[in-house]
Design a protein around this ligand. Structure first.
Ligand SMILES: Cc1ncc(COP(=O)(O)O)c(C=O)c1O
Length: 460
């Protein structure tokens, strides 16, 4: 291993890195990025990488977008900060809320802003509780999420998240958060079960859970249209329609976590539309600003807003909000990003490029290491297995997907490993067709090297 650079040493002596094996990092050091252009980022040694994960599923418009930079600097000069507390306001937040109300495919009365996906999902929970108190049903408070869901890391959002490593040693989940089955047919269908039968079974499981808990105690159901960090899981086409029937039957408020899928990732403005999900509310973040600045939001339907009016009248205030709720510079960047998505027909372009992307992804399914290659639009996941026929997974300790990610980096491609040896790919939406080919060429070479490496270790 080459010696660590001075900057790398300073890093490991000063930073706590999210989602990192902290002890291993002390040996390997970090990959330090310095600048970016288009779909490429460059490290401190000048080596270029295709940013095959759009950062963290977020830099939809790629790097070096001068219009976004300009929107931020103009607003920064004009009014760098103003808040929305106690009846104050500013035009970027007003204009952005208006624009989002036009864009979202669900009836929306108001938009609440915050700065991260976790804050958005925490807010969702609080709004549902607040509403149900206002409606005189104080017992209707439980929230149903799903195994393998990812909804963030704050105390409540991490509880919604259905991944063991977000709970272990953190004393989570908190009470009142339940998890129902994950719609991953490859892993969780019974032998010979069709996708439709699997979807029906999951809906029946959801109904059983609601009945067991008591429908009068179940307030909401939250789901990502396509599950991202849980392993890039695409549900069967009949899954959401079946789930929605159950939620409607028991008056369960439905929340779509559009933090990854929103703003074009699946070739539609929102992922819910691509997957037949009609929620009451959406959580949005990431591509809202193409991640140039932190901004997130929650859409509020009229009946919920009316309940909030009532409750805040009784209490004397709506006691929720963040210093940076609707930050004017972030809002100005979001307005510009939304303008670009529409003006440059970015979403239509994603839909046009998706077949090429999905064809290259699905071809990796033939690789001896790949159990399943799956995806939708411009997002994909490949699940690495020790045995394709039996779908036997590798021992997590063998760290096969991390090794594949390491080889990909050597090949000039940034991808990510997720639990269960899934390698995820989610490039900026502006990726060109030739760059899609280059991305998969590099990923293919990384997989070949991983196979060789695994054979040497007798893992396959
Ligand atoms: C679907 C989904 N929801 C919520 C979050 C949490 O967002 P944040 O990291 O901004 O808190 C993420 C982050 O990746 C996400 O993918």
């Amino acid at each position: 291993m080459p010696p660590l650079t001075n900057l790398a040493v300073r890093d490991i002596e000063t930073l706590v890195h999210p989602y990192t094996q902290l002890a291993a990092l002390r040996e390997t050091g970090p990959l330090i990025l310095e600048h970016g252009k288009g779909v490429f980022v460059y490290d401190t040694k000048g080596k270029g990488y295709i940013e095959g994960m759009a950062g963290l599923w977020c830099t939809a418009l790629g790097y070096g977008n001068e219009e976004l930079v300009e929107a931020a600097s103009t607003q920064m000069r004009r009014l760098p900060f103003a808040h929305l507390f106690t009846g104050k306001s500013h035009d970027p937040a007003i204009e952005l809320a208006e624009r989002l109300k036009q864009l979202v495919p669900v009836p929306t009365s108001k938009v609440f802003f915050c700065s991260s996906g976790s804050e958005a999902n925490d807010t969702q929970i609080k709004l549902v509780w607040y509403m149900n108190n206002a409606l005189g049903r104080p017992r209707k408070k439980k929230i149903i999420s799903r195994l393998k869901a990812y909804h963030g890391v704050t105390v409540a959002a991490a509880s919604l998240t259905g991944l063991a490593n977000n709970h272990r040693a953190f004393d989570l989940p908190i009470a009142g958060i339940l998890h129902t089955g994950c719609p991953h047919h490859y892993r969780f269908a019974q032998a010979g079960e069709s996708e439709d039968a699997f979807a029906l079974r999951l809906a029946a499981e959801l109904e059983e859970l609601i009945l067991r808990e008591g429908p009068e105690t179940v307030a909401a159901f939250i789901a990502e249209p396509l599950m991202g960090a849980g392993g890039v899981i695409v549900p069967p086409t009949t899954y959401f329609p079946e789930i929605m029937k159950i939620c409607r039957k028991y008056d369960v408020y439905m929340i779509a976590d559009e933090v990854i899928c929103g703003f074009g990732r699946l070739g539609t403005m929102f992922g819910s539309s691509a997957l037949g999900f009609e929620p009451h509310s959406m959580s949005i973040a990431k591509a809202l600003t193409s991640a140039y600045l932190p901004l997130a939001g929650v859409t509020v339907p009229q009946p919920m807003y009316e309940a909030m009016l009532e409750e805040s009248r009784n209490i004397g205030t709506f006691g929720h909000g963040f210093t940076y709720s609707g930050h004017p510079v972030a809002a100005a960047v979001a307005l510009k990003a939304l303008e670009i998505y529409t003006r440059d027909r970015i979403i239509e372009d994603v839909a046009r490029k998706a077949p090429q992307f999905q064809a290259r992804l699905s071809a990796l399914g033939d690789h001896p290491l790949v159990g399943e290659a799956r995806g939708f639009g411009l997002v994909g996941g490949i699940e690495l297995v020790a045995d394709k026929r039996s779908k036997r997974s590798f021992d997590a300790k063998a760290a096969v997907a991390p090794q594949a990610v390491h080889f990909a980096e050597e090949e000039g491609l940034i991808v990510r490993f997720l639990a269960g040896d899934v390698v995820s790919v989610c490039p900026p939406l502006i990726i060109a067709p030739a760059e899609i080919d280059e991305l998969f060429d590099r990923l293919g070479r990384a997989l070949d090297r991983t196979l060789e490496w695994a054979r040497r270790r007798e893992l396959v």
